[in-house]
Design a protein around this ligand. Structure first.
Ligand SMILES: Cc1ncc(COP(=O)(O)O)c(C=O)c1O
Length: 377
């Protein structure tokens, strides 16, 4: 089955009993048992729910994995994956990971003495150098948020094999439509499904997919024990979003390519970050490991004041956190998504006060370009 067909016909489609073409929302917490200790496959909705199960099945298929798990948010998914570790273990992470992942690592996991090192994972030698004898997870975000840095997943697999690490990839930006990290050897793929997978700014959710039965058992054990599961209504919304994921990603990427080229030529833009631009350092790696460049662009307006001017003039770009929706969004990472990262660290990474991040939507690209032109006058 080709990718776009899988999004419509993959997983569990509809309801066998009634012929309904959409999976029913099983709004239920518990299930009648025929005998004590025997059940029909479902006993309690934290452990398993048929609507959530249908979503977990389709995301596993889309990521070419064996098992999927749905969580109440991307952060709940990431936390649950980190719970595979124990006190004294160490994680190596991409240096410009999502701010919430940075906060979780440095302010929460720190409390249970989980060590961490942030490193530029687009530099394989730097990754090797960051590994410690107690390292257990190599955690990659590619492309990154907000600087769109690209990491070579095959190289990361080689390093993970050499040091016996679990390779975990946050695939939120690329989506399974463009990139399937399990095919490149990742052990675990995860998503903030709040973004492109949901696609309509109406649900907060997280997904995890694995390719190995014993890892699947462990993740299910943690999912059920910690309990940060996704509810049936939200699971259904994600399944609806998935049906148009391919169409949306194609439209979004087409718009993003045109906008990036426009910004790249603009005299008032000091720098553009988009892997689809041939000069982007991750352009070739993206072509090798993914089928598209995605819809996220970051560009530097030169200063915080100039960035504010852009924000005050644009009409179709909504100033908001988050990304990956049908409507175009605009944000200032230094003051919004990445505010939890200390200023010195942000500057080191290139997340300047003038950096603007846009999440390109499916509107008419001419309107979007006209909008940015006004802001950059
Ligand atoms: C790349 C990435 N990973 C994880 C998260 C966290 O996901 P959530 O907001 O659904 O908890 C986000 C949120 O913006 C993100 O951008």
């Amino acid at each position: 089955m080709k990718r776009k067909t899988k999004m419509v016909h993959g997983g569990i489609t509809g309801d066998e009993k009634t012929g309904a073409v959409s999976v029913p929302i099983y709004q239920v917490s518990t299930y009648r048992q025929p005998e004590a200790g025997k059940h029909t496959g479902y006993e309690y909705s934290r452990t398993g729910n048929p609507t959530r199960h249908a979503l977990e099945t389709v995301i596993a298929e889309l990521e070419n994995g064996k098992a999927g798990f749905a969580f109440a948010s991307g952060m709940a998914a990431i936390t649950s994956v980190m719970m595979l570790l124990k006190s004294g273990d160490h994680v190596v992470l991409t240096d410009d990971v999502y701010g919430g992942t940075y906060r979780l690592t440095t302010k929460v996991l720190d409390r249970i003495e989980l060590g961490h090192t942030f490193v530029d994972t687009s530099d394989a030698d730097a990754v090797e150098a960051a590994i410690q004898p107690n390292s257990k997870i190599l955690y990659i975000e590619t492309p990154t948020n907000p600087l769109l840095k690209v990491t070579d997943l095959k190289k990361m697999r080689e390093i993970a094999d050499k040091h016996d690490l679990l390779l975990v990839v946050d695939n939120t930006f690329a989506t399974p439509y463009f990139q399937t990290p399990l095919d490149a050897g990742a052990d675990i793929v995860l998503h903030s499904a709040t973004k492109y997978i949901g696609g309509h700014s109406d649900v907060v959710s997280g997904l995890v997919v694995v390719n190995d039965e014993s890892l699947a058992e462990e993740i299910h054990f943690i999912q059920n024990s910690v309990g940060a599961v996704l509810g049936p209504q939200d699971s259904w919304l994600l399944m609806r979003g998935i049906k148009t994921l391919g169409l949306r990603m194609e439209a979004i990427e087409k718009n993003a390519n045109k906008i990036a080229a426009y910004l790249d030529e603009h005299p008032n833009v000091t720098k553009v970050y988009y892997p689809g631009l041939p000069a982007h350092p991750g352009h070739e790696t993206t072509q090798e490991q993914a089928e598209g460049f995605g819809g996220m662009i970051a560009f530097d307006a030169g200063s915080g004041e100039k960035a504010d001017q852009v924000l005050s003039k644009v009409e179709y770009f909504t100033l908001a956190e988050s990304l990956g929706a049908v409507e175009s969004l605009i944000s200032i990472p230094a003051r919004m998504t990445h505010a939890s990262i200390p200023k010195e660290r942000r500057e080191e990474l290139g997340i300047t006060d003038g950096l603007i991040r846009i999440s390109v939507g499916i509107e008419d690209v001419d309107d979007l370009i006209e909008d940015l032109a006004k802001g950059l006058e």
